[in-house]
Design a protein around this ligand. Structure first.
Ligand code: NAD
Length: 487
């Protein structure tokens, strides 16, 4: 079924209904390494007929309560723990495949694409074995009432390429915990890691049809979203696609979780310690992680007027110090953009920033010492107006804008002057002052001197950053439907 010759990974079947089945056509998705621009694998492309098979398998599995949906949650938890072990056993493969497809530096993949997804799975396995799936309440008018939290049904999970395994697990783990079945549609840019997940699902003995994986493009995704046998859509991706999916789900009255784009603020307070030896790691995770291709990054740096040049100098030194290189090198901090198209998009924003009169203090070009790959230097713009395109639109690359503010009130006003509201950070030597300010920023999540989504806490956005929350117990609830029985 597979052949591997120094990262040329070829699959010719889909994992659907617990089996490896032949595709409906000979169309393929070719994987390209963005560090080298060379092909490194190929898988079949799911078309509508393949999506139909995947949804049918998930539906059949869901509708037989003895398969998964009606099982004792503790039994489901055992299977989930086995799956977490099988995923961990393939950690090196996940790390290599993710980095070779989307350009994520292996050091970043080690932090977030291996270990982290299985931790989410274990967290939800634990919740599944402890959560109350039904309770009896006394009725106000006498008698008793049973309130059941049932699995919502067949889930359509649509995932982007930037953190393919983590973002799949944001959906898969709560779906499994509640008793749902799922069809996962990975992004065409990251398909090889999805097959490792399929192998782990098979090895863990997850019952047939509970997890089905069909990589495909937008058409396949759109077909899945509107499929009559699907009960819930869980989507992570761009705001534009999320809006289209939201429209379809609105018409169908189909529950949807939409995790979309962002343009978060990193608010540097006037008492912040700018010593990069202390804050460099936190700054990296919260502003430039994964080559700037992370939805929650604080790419609008709000700097107090009193310390503006100091903040610009600190970010210039920070961005300039980062090691740019091929994703497979353990020393690399900034790898390539995931695709040539993505690099064009980033470069077009850099041009717009220059044309709008912003000042580049570091970067702004392609690195001169790398002759292949979709690289862009980490770039800092100073003297940026918060209304400028580079301050308002999601660039999704290693580009930061430093914007000046007068006082804390002005910083809050600028932070909230955005159509997005996903992440953000406050940098201060007084965490209580930082938390008080953070509470006034209109965003789904925000960190004080650090930022990393924690499996135990809800993650998601407001405004154009999306609808609903993943992770935490809140993430579990969004895969359940409540049934009331008046006993
Ligand atoms: P994208 O929206 O183009 O694609 C995401 C996924 O949706 C892919 O699998 C794609 O095939 C599918 N898709 C696209 N249009 C669709 C449609 N109409 N119907 C059904 N499926 C469709 O986004 P991308 O370029 O792959 O990812 C980058 C974007 O994702 C960025 O905007 C980023 O901010 C966002 N993102 C958000 C989060 C979050 O949690 N909020 C996390 C990661 C990425």
């Amino acid at each position: 079924m597979t052949s591997i010759t120094s990262m040329n990974i070829v699959y010719d079947k889909f994992f659907i209904g617990g089996e490896w089945i032949a595709p409906s056509s000979d169309k393929v998705i070719v994987s390209i390494d963005p560090s080298t621009e060379l092909t490194n694998g190929q898988v079949p492309e799911a078309l509508e007929a393949d999506i139909d098979k995947a949804v049918a398998a998930a539906r059949t599995a869901f509708d037989d309560p003895s398969t998964w949906s009606g099982c004792d949650p503790a039994e489901r938890a055992k299977v989930m723990l086995r799956l977490a072990d099988e995923i961990d056993a393939r950690a090196a493969g996940f790390q290599e495949r993710v980095s070779a497809q989307n350009g994520m530096p292996v050091a970043v993949a080690a932090q977030l694409e291996i270990g982290y997804p299985s931790a989410i799975l274990r967290y939800y396995a634990d919740l599944a074995s402890k959560a109350e799936f039904s309770e009896i309440r006394p009725g106000m008018f006498g008698g008793e009432i049973e309130v059941r939290r049932q699995p919502i049904g067949v889930v359509a999970a649509i995932v982007p390429w930037n953190f393919p395994q983590a973002l799949t697990m944001f959906k898969l783990a709560p779906a499994l915990a509640t008793g749902c079945t799922i069809v996962i549609k990975p992004s065409p840019e990251t398909v090889l890691d999805a097959y490792l997940l399929a192998e782990a699902v098979e090895a863990a003995g997850v019952p047939a049809g509970v997890v089905n994986i069909a990589p495909g493009g937008r058409e396949a995704g759109a077909h899945l979203v509107s499929h009559p046998l699907v009960n819930k859509v869980a989507f992570t991706g761009s705001t534009a696609a999320g809006q289209k999916i939201g429209e379809v789900c609105g018409r169908l009255l189909r529950p949807a979780t939409l995790e979309l784009g962002g343009k978060s603020a990193a608010i540097v307070l006037d008492d912040a310690d700018l010593d990069l030896s202390k804050i460099g790691e936190g700054l990296f995770t919260s502003t430039l992680l994964n080559n700037g291709q992370t939805c929650f990054l604080g790419t609008r740096i709000l700097a107090p007027k009193s310390r503006y040049e100091e903040v610009v100098d600190a970010f210039t030194a920070f961005a300039g110090s980062l090691q740019v290189g091929v994703a497979s090198s353990p020393d690399t901090q900034i790898g390539p953009m995931a695709t040539a198209r993505q690099r064009e998009r980033v470069e077009s924003y850099i041009s717009q920033g220059k044309n709008a009169g912003a000042r580049i203090t570091v970067g702004g070009s392609r690195p001169r010492d790398l002759d292949a790959g979709f690289f862009v230097e980490p770039t800092v713009f100073a003297d940026v107006d918060n209304r400028a395109a580079i301050a308002q639109e999601e660039i999704f690359g290693p580009v930061l804008s430093v914007i000046s503010y007068q006082d804390d009130e002005h910083a809050i006003q600028l932070a909230n002057d955005s159509k997005f509201g996903l992440g953000g950070t406050v940098w201060t030597s007084d965490p209580e002052r930082g938390a008080a300010l953070a509470r006034r920023v209109h965003t789904g999540t925000i960190g004080i001197n650090r930022y990393i989504p924690d499996p135990a806490a809800p993650f998601g956005g407001v405004k154009n950053s999306g609808l609903g929350r993943e992770l935490g117990p809140e993430g579990l609830a969004s895969y359940q439907e409540t049934q009331t029985i008046y006993l």
